[in-house]
Design a protein around this ligand. Structure first.
Ligand SMILES: *[C@@H]1O[C@H](CO)[C@@H](O)[C@H](O)[C@H]1NC(C)=O
Ligand SMILES: *[C@@H]1O[C@H](CO)[C@@H](O)[C@H](O)[C@H]1NC(C)=O
Ligand SMILES: *[C@@H]1O[C@H](CO)[C@@H](O)[C@H](O)[C@H]1NC(C)=O
Length: 498
């Protein structure tokens, strides 16, 4: 339990805020409260993780199949608790949801839920996603078990954890529970509020790709631009790339984050060179294999797609995690490498720049360098493809080989994957989920924002789009080097919602 300023701030907010049930009055009072908090000196929003002992991991027994009462199997789900700011049993609970990666004690010590906790006198709990980290059911990742891995199962875990924690920590029945998450876990946070509004008071969904797609070519597209009729929502078939936005390409051109037109052109040139060597075969292809550190032969067409996909992910990753701690490459650094003049002449050698970028990225790939908020490492929704004319990367088709993998490894046909995508959108509502009290936060540099909610849908489904913000950036701890727009986005969020 907390002592000191957080305690009375918590108390202040208890008596002044939660007594009011109308959301409008609530939001207004929250805003006032945060303003007061902002103005009081000496209360930093960021936590220094070194200053306090890290919480230990705890375990919650969960049903493996929550939808079948006669299936008695269970697994242990890992979680962490930070109660140092918890002002009273009536205080709010911030539930930080894990996504497709392991979670750690940082989930309750750093990032937004922890940073907001002192002002709110909140209990912070971080819950690892089933089948990730150490929350793996007995029997492991056996194919027969993987049918218990879905967003619906994850939400069932959230519900039973919410009820179990209430009991375990003697949380008052009037305490509001607020879910936080980034990326896929951001979608889970939004859906938890959407499907269980009686249990979850509100959610903050950062970079949440709530619309499922089979073919996510928008990730890479240079874009038809506004006004080209591109936004026409004419329900394209799942395999037709919808011409909408321009994310990776636009970011590579964005001078605000170190990109330029030259950088985009260099990216295209580098990929064209890789493709040329792949097609040339023989010595050129063998040299390519060595230079890019490919682990196998590059003879099969699938290998070409695999290599190009990996290189594309490298560039996409630089954009997606631009400027974040633990990200091996920023857009600025990548562009620097791509545009660096070669040894002999003054002309840039984009292919060699791409090669160096691959080396930098490979040598940086150590587990401890992962983003501290755990759940934002990769995104599981949508295959990233490059089959539109404006894509800067290779145009060799990638989607068929992904779908082939789904078929070969998981026995899922293309039509069943497409059906699952459509079902996901009808179950959760895609980009118009209709959930109240959900704050969608996105960065417009982030390729995934086109699948999130960025337009205001109504008074209680708020959105913030942070200019030049990358993927899940707002979930990261605040730091002095944060861009003014990110800082402003955080302030808006505090005022708007929390
Ligand atoms: C429910 O669990 C029981 C016991 O394990 C099993 O026999 C049954 O097939 C399951 N039902 C479904 C629909 O999975
Ligand atoms: C739980 O909290 C209530 C007050 O909210 C208190 O009266 C009760 O004694 C607490 N129970 C336990 C087991 O701590
Ligand atoms: C520089 O050019 C010479 C001759 O064209 C070539 O042999 C040499 O490998 C080049 N050096 C570098 C670093 O590219």
């Amino acid at each position: 339990m907390a002592v000191g300023p957080a305690w009375w701030l918590g108390l202040l907010f208890l008596v002044s805020v939660w007594g009011f049930s109308s959301p409008a009055s609530l939001l207004r009072r929250l805003r006032e409260h945060i303003q007061q908090f902002q103005e009081s000196p000496g209360l930093g929003l960021s936590l220094s993780p070194e200053a306090v002992a890290l919480p230990k991991e705890r375990w919650l027994e969960q049903p493996l199949d929550p939808f079948n009462a006669s299936d008695g199997r269970s697994f242990l789900q890992r979680y962490w608790v930070n109660d140092q700011y918890w002002a009273s049993q009536n205080g709010p609970v911030f539930l930080h949801l894990g996504g497709e990666g392991s979670l750690g004690p940082g989930s309750v010590m750093r990032g937004h839920p922890a940073a907001l906790a002192p002002a709110w006198g909140a209990l912070v709990i971080g819950l690892e996603h089933r089948f990730y980290g150490l929350s793996i059911p007995p029997g492991g990742l056996d194919m027969a078990q993987l049918r218990f891995l879905s967003s619906r199962h994850a939400l069932a875990d959230v519900v039973s954890a919410r009820l179990a924690f209430s009991h375990l920590f003697n949380v008052s029945s009037s305490s509001p529970w607020v879910c936080f998450g980034g990326s896929y876990a951001g979608s889970l946070a939004a859906w938890a509020r959407l499907k269980f509004p009686h249990l979850i008071f509100a959610s903050v969904a950062s970079s949440a790709p709530v619309r499922a797609v089979l073919d996510f070519s928008e990730y890479n597209e240079v874009g038809a631009g506004a006004g080209a009729g591109a936004e026409k929502p004419q329900e394209p078939s799942l395999l037709t790339p919808p011409f909408r936005q321009q994310v990776v390409s636009r970011s590579l051109r964005s001078t605000a984050i170190g990109g330029s037109r030259e950088c985009l052109a260099a990216t295209s040139a580098a990929f064209a060179e890789v493709e040329r060597r792949l097609r040339a075969g023989g010595a050129a292809r063998a040299a390519l294999r060595v230079e890019l550190g490919a682990c196998g032969s590059l003879d099969a067409v699938e290998d070409h797609a695999e290599l190009l996909g990996a290189l594309q992910a490298l560039v996409g990753g630089a954009v997606q995690y631009d400027g974040q701690a633990g990200a091996p490459l920023s857009v600025r650094r990548l562009c620097g490498l791509l545009l660096k003049a070669g040894g002999n002449c003054s002309r840039p050698e984009p292919y060699h720049g791409l090669r160096r970028a691959a080396q930098v990225s490979t040598s940086a790939r150590r587990p401890e360098e992962r983003a501290p908020w755990g759940s934002c490492a990769t995104c599981a929704v949508g295959h990233v493809t490059c089959e539109v004319p404006r894509c800067p990367f290779s145009q060799l088709p990638a989607l068929p080989s992904h779908l082939e993998l789904c078929e070969q490894v998981f026995g899922l046909s293309t039509s069943s994957v497409a059906q699952a995508v459509a079902q996901t959108n009808s179950y959760y509502g895609g980009q118009t989920p209709g959930a109240t009290q959900v704050l969608f936060v996105n960065g417009d540099t982030d390729p995934w924002h086109v699948l999130s909610v960025t337009g205001n849908l109504g008074p209680s489904e708020s959105t913030i789009l942070i200019p030049s913000g990358s993927h899940c950036l707002d979930m990261a701890p605040e730091k002095p080097s944060d861009s003014p727009s990110l800082h402003q986005g955080r302030q808006v969020r505090k005022k708007k919602f929390l």
